[in-house]
Design a protein around this ligand. Structure first.
Ligand code: 4GX
Length: 245
């Protein structure tokens, strides 16, 4: 899979993606990452990428021509792969894990990171296939949203995460909040580690973790349990958890 990001701040994308899981996936050529600066596709002496909004008002709007040219150059580097052009903005569909699981099937994802008040709507209508949002809050540009998406999708590519991390994706824990984690010391001024995690009984540890995941989900994010079918064992563990509170 390859990511192409259209951005006025390409170093922000390359820098942000160069650490940890994404950095390693890029280095191992499991994912490709290229950046395209719309300023490189301007033709005037000031390399103008923005202009004042029709109708007046504060701020500037990104012109569509440099963005269209940058997206087209990104597409030329795809060797005929299927692609999707996604614009990041608060007007978009809110990203979820299931949206990202779908997106990992797209060989080339072209992410358009806007700045200023926004982008000429004709670019979004004509050139973009989808509009995605991180959530209902405003950030200063689409670059951080693009990095979030690149990170979350890269983790889903087979072979990117090690075996320990894949264990997290154990299907029986799906759609639940994570259980608590502990490491050394066993006892200290911050309290003690739950007894169950110390006794080496792996069946009991697995049940304890499931019970914690269910209990925390019920308490903190009850809406996640609304349409989830619990097994008889999960139902019993959740009742146990809630009775102990
Ligand atoms: N999730 N922003 C983009 C400029 C903009 C506005 C409209 C295109 C169309 C955001 C978010 C976000 C602020 C990034 C406005 N570009 N992006 N920017 N929330 O708040 O993705």
């Amino acid at each position: 899979m390859r990511f192409d990001v259209v951005t006025l701040f390409p170093e922000m994308i390359l820098g942000g993606a160069s650490y940890g899981v994404t950095g390693k996936a890029i280095k191992r050529n499991i994912v490709g990452l290229s950046v395209w600066n719309p300023r490189d596709y301007t033709h005037d002496r000031h390399r103008t990428v923005d202009d004042r909004p029709y109708g007046g008002g504060p701020g500037m709007v990104m012109k569509y021509q440099p963005l269209v040219d940058a997206v087209n150059v990104a597409k030329q580097h795809s060797k005929g792969m299927k692609n999707k052009v996604v614009c990041l903005s608060p007007q978009g569909k809110q990203i979820t894990q299931s949206l990202l699981i779908e997106a990992v099937q797209t060989p080339q994802l072209i992410l358009v990171a806007g700045r200023y008040e926004g982008i000429d709507e004709r670019f979004i209508d004509v050139t973009c296939d989808e509009e995605w949002s991180l959530g209902n809050y405003v950030i200063s540009g689409g670059e951080l949203a693009a990095l979030v998406i690149i990170d979350a999708i890269t983790r889903l590519i087979p072979g990117v995460l090690g075996d320990e991390d894949s264990a997290k994706q154990d299907s029986y824990m799906e759609d639940l909040l994570d259980c608590p984690h502990f490491t050394r010391p066993e006892q200290g001024e911050y309290g003690a580690v739950p007894e169950t995690l110390l006794n080496g009984n792996h069946g009991e540890i697995k049940r304890w973790r499931m019970k914690q995941a269910l209990g925390r989900t019920a308490q903190r994010r009850p809406e996640l349990l609304k349409d989830k079918e619990l097994t008889a064992e999960q139902d019993a563990l959740l009742k146990e958890f809630l009775n102990e509170e």
